[in-house]
Design a binder for this molecule. Structure first.
Ligand code: CA
Length: 756
């Protein structure tokens, strides 16, 4: 059932509850309290919590940074309802996400796992809803579960008795919501209010009052493009929002990769979408142009009139000054910052009211006493720090997640915790609150012991959290990186430039200077590097198996596009592919004549890319290299760059090769694979790289089965004493024409036997 006020098409923006719903709800509240107090724990695991299993109300927003919450010391806005939650419960100051981007954070919350294991590494991935998630387990132990609002995981929600979600990012004004029957329903009004009212309606009218509930009330706000409700448009009129110290950051003292970002207020703030100007971009030197304000186009005439009445006078006044040349470059940036913040904070005002409405309903219904209420957001956000909007980087402002929690009778009011917690902990925490067993596969850890002990972590609590960001070469151009954060330090690693960054958070809380190469920090660097390695091992992180693009390199991006086009044009007319790195690519160089002789009449395609490691091959095969073809045979030889670039552990590289074989099987199931042992490298048999390749080969030879034929032809390149000659391998890695001839001859009879 829907709040009756929606039915007449008007926005449901009131802060008090619908009177009809309230009257209905009162009838069964007494009964509900009895049920909650005396209900049996069903098939829950017996435990101290199972006697009075609490309801869980999870209020969640999108991109809400702790700098904009009163309880965290905000200097720029007020959030009285969130602050009330904190005062009656706890604030966690060291709460972090595992991957600072919308979809991945949600997937980590649901599964209790890091992105590389739950499969949702970047926005645009499809969440595998058949996975184990905490809502599913709560359902199994007798909870009623509901998910209302922003979902952003592409696949339909699973594990919920009721769901109604925004498609993709959703809209602020007059949003559509996907229904459980597959239809889409449009609501007139403001998204935050609509989600709140739908959540309240489910609580009051639709759930089974005989069961404990877990409700996820998830707002779109304050996500870009920051469109406040009518009632909050003028909230900050006449006020100046204080600027962060690092608004004019020049990115010196840190990796040069920071310079490449595309998320600055100075250069990437859009004319229509962000600045809210109408019409053509009049100042393309100051405002990015391509992105129009889609929200405005959705508005009714009345909404547009309210919107324009607020924005137009200020916009026109500013443009007049711009036209008159009265505004300096820095002042344009300052103006953008004010526009950005007032809109962003205006959106938060509605979220804070939503929290207030939910708390008020819990109070008046009597549910408050046995309901755990959490407020958090999928990650933090840059509110002008480093000159940025958006998130993604492992720097503090977007790494931190607000986490406010109230649990009457268990959690001491006014608790302030500095324990290191992370979004992968939520699933185990909710399950343990419900007395359910936490599956071993969940990587997070329940914070229940902390909640029962005034926020204090037990002695064996983690000493660092692990973070990884995967959405590189995408919007905002933030490179792939990962790292660990302890209470006082942060280590970041950028695989692309093979650079470390180390920050002393006590001395440099704004992270303006990396001290990774400062001698005085040598012991800190050594210790935190060990934590980094240990965390990666503990969480089963193997970069060889995680698809990674090299799209930031122009030639690679071009070759990928051309290869995809070529393969697609050949649709069905490819019998043989060679998959690998530069040694394979160079069939087009020193190997050209031999290729012509052996393969030019055999419908063969070269899928070798210089410098590729297993993870890059995984990316390419996933994004187009096998599209529309079913080759009879794929010759695979990959891994020597995993050795050459970082002497990666043989077991990890072998897993990368395994992942390549599995992906080929998934994409082109009819293809047979000729898996070649990685060729020898280095002049002599004592070369450490060659030894690493030999160790990898010892593992991958076992991958032979009815579909995969394994062949080690390394000896054809070697002399009797195990050395390789300059005639065969001029640089002790790549082949000469003679080398390619030996390769072709060595596999010819096998290819024939495989039907080529
Ligand atoms: Ca987000």
């Amino acid at each position: 059932m829907i709040c009756p006020r929606f039915r007449n098409g008007s926005a449901c923006v009131g802060r008090s509850l619908c009177s009809v719903s309230r009257a209905q709800s009162r009838k069964w509240i007494g009964l509900l309290l009895l049920v909650v107090a005396f209900s049996s724990p069903g098939n829950a695991q017996p435990g101290p919590e199972s006697k009075k299993r609490p309801n869980i109300l999870f209020i969640f927003s999108d991109d809400h940074a702790v700098q904009a919450i009163g309880a965290y010391g905000s200097q720029i806005n007020k959030t009285p309802n969130m602050d009330r939650l904190a005062a009656e419960g706890a604030v966690f100051y060291n709460s972090f996400c595992a991957n600072s981007i919308c979809g991945p954070s949600r997937a980590s919350i649901l599964t209790g796992k890091h992105s590389h294991l739950n499969g949702f590494r970047r926005n645009g991935n499809l969440f595998d809803g058949s996975q184990v998630t905490f809502p599913k387990i709560l359902q199994q132990v007798g909870y009623q579960t509901a998910m209302i609002g922003k979902w952003h995981l592409s696949s339909d929600p699973t594990g919920f008795n009721y769901w109604e979600v925004l498609p993709g990012q959703g809209h602020y004004y007059n949003p559509d919501l996907l229904q459980m029957d597959g239809s889409k329903k449009r609501y007139e009004g403001y998204c935050t209010d609509i989600v709140t009212d739908l959540a309240l309606t489910w609580l009051k009218e639709d759930r089974d009052p005989d069961k404990p509930f877990m409700l996820m009330c998830q707002h779109k706000a304050p996500h870009r493009n920051w469109a406040p409700a009518k009632r909050h448009l003028a909230l900050f009129d006449g006020k100046t929002i204080p600027e962060p110290d690092s608004l004019f950051d020049d990115y010196s003292g840190r990796s040069s990769l920071l310079q490449e970002n595309e998320m600055t207020l100075r250069d990437h703030f859009h004319w229509g979408h962000d600045a809210k100007f109408h019409g053509e971009n009049e100042f393309p030197g100051y405002f990015a142009g391509a992105h129009r304000n889609g929200e405005y186009r959705r508005m009714s005439d009345a909404q547009k009139a309210d919107w324009d009445a607020h924005y137009e006078p200020e916009n026109q006044a500013f443009l007049e000054r711009m036209r008159a040349g009265e505004v300096s470059d820095d002042d344009v940036l300052r103006w953008k910052y004010q526009r950005y913040m007032k809109d962003y904070l205006g959106c938060i005002a509605a979220v804070d009211e939503s929290v207030g409405q939910m708390l008020a309903y819990l109070d008046e219904s009597g549910l408050a006493e046995n309901t755990v209420v959490i407020y958090c957001s999928d990650q933090g956000f840059y509110l002008g720090e480093h000159g940025w909007y958006d998130k993604r980087w492992m720097f503090e402002e977007s790494l931190k997640m607000p986490f406010l929690i109230r649990w009457p009778g268990v959690l001491k009011p006014g608790t302030k915790s500095t324990a290191l917690i992370q979004n992968i902990d939520y699933a185990p925490t909710f399950l343990s609150m419900a007395g359910a067993k936490v599956p071993d596969e969940m990587q997070g850890r329940s914070i229940l012991p902390l909640l029962k002990n005034e926020g204090m972590a037990p002695g064996d609590w983690r000493k660092s959290i692990y973070y990884a960001y995967y959405e590189n070469v995408s919007v905002h151009m933030v490179p792939l990186h990962d790292g660990v954060r302890t209470l006082n330090h942060k280590l970041m690693y950028f695989p692309r430039s093979r650079e470390w960054q180390l920050f002393d958070l006590a001395k440099d809380p704004q992270e303006m200077t990396s001290v990774h190469a400062v001698p005085a920090y040598a012991s800190v660097f050594s210790a935190i590097s060990k934590q980094y390695r240990d965390q990666r091992q503990f969480f089963d992180v193997n970069s060889a198996t995680i698809p990674a693009t090299r799209g930031f390199e122009g030639w690679w991006r071009k070759r990928q596009l051309l290869t995809n086009e070529r393969v697609e044009k050949k649709r069905g007319k490819v019998d043989l592919v060679f998959i690998g790195d530069s040694i394979t690519q160079s069939w087009e160089g020193p190997g050209k004549a031999v290729w012509k002789e052996f393969y030019s009449n055999r419908k063969a395609v070269n899928l070798g890319f210089s410098g590729d490691r297993t993870e890059h091959v995984l990316w390419r095969l996933q994004y187009g290299n096998l599209k529309g073809i079913q080759p009879r045979v794929a010759v695979v030889m990959i891994g020597t760059n995993n050795t050459g670039h970082s002497m990666q552990d043989p077991k990890e590289v072998a897993e990368g090769v395994r992942a390549v074989l599995d992906l080929i099987q998934e994409r082109t199931p009819k293809t047979k694979i000729l898996l070649l042992g990685i060729f020898p490298r280095g002049r002599t048999q004592f070369d450490s790289g060659r030894l690493n390749n030999i160790a990898i080969n010892q593992i991958i030879r076992r991958y032979q089965d009815e579909r995969v034929r394994y062949l080690d032809i390394g000896s054809v390149f070697e002399e009797v004493d195990g050395s390789v000659s300059k005639e065969v391998m001029p640089d002790a890695l790549h082949l000469s024409e003679e080398g390619y001839r030996r390769w072709a001859n060595a596999i010819e009879s096998v290819l024939e036997s495989m039907g080529i």
